[in-house]
Design a protein around this ligand. Structure first.
Ligand code: SF4
Ligand code: SF4
Length: 98
């Protein structure tokens, strides 16, 4: 389940920098979460980091975006694949052959 920012958001900016997946950005009026990038912090942290820092507690789970823990982990792995090219084993092998 992704998280969602409600209209109680006061645009304090704190959560954006805390998201390990780059899922939070400024929307038209308030900050928004991209549900395709929010893993509930699965793969990075035990707790959703944005919820930890939000001063007005306005980031509930989005009941319209239900995902299992496995789906969240799959999303995490997909996102890691976008950014972790040096971890590609063929690259490591090339370095090892060096
Ligand atoms: Fe980002 Fe984690 Fe918050 Fe989702 S729960 S928006 S991944 S900080
Ligand atoms: Fe809005 Fe909370 Fe994020 Fe601040 S931390 S921008 S109040 S959602």
């Amino acid at each position: 389940m992704a998280l969602i920012i409600t209209d109680e958001c006061i645009n304090c900016d704190v959560c954006e920098a805390e998201c390990p997946n780059g899922a939070i950005s400024m929307g038209e009026e308030i900050y928004v979460i991209d549900p395709l990038r929010c893993t509930e912090c699965v793969g990075h942290f035990d707790e959703p980091q944005c919820r930890q820092v939000c001063p007005v507690d306005c980031i509930p789970r989005d009941p319209s975006w239900i995902e299992t823990p496995q789906q969240l982990m799959d999303k995490y792995r997909r996102l890691q694949g976008e950014t972790a090219e040096p971890e590609d084993p063929t690259v490591r092998q090339a370095h090892a052959r060096g």
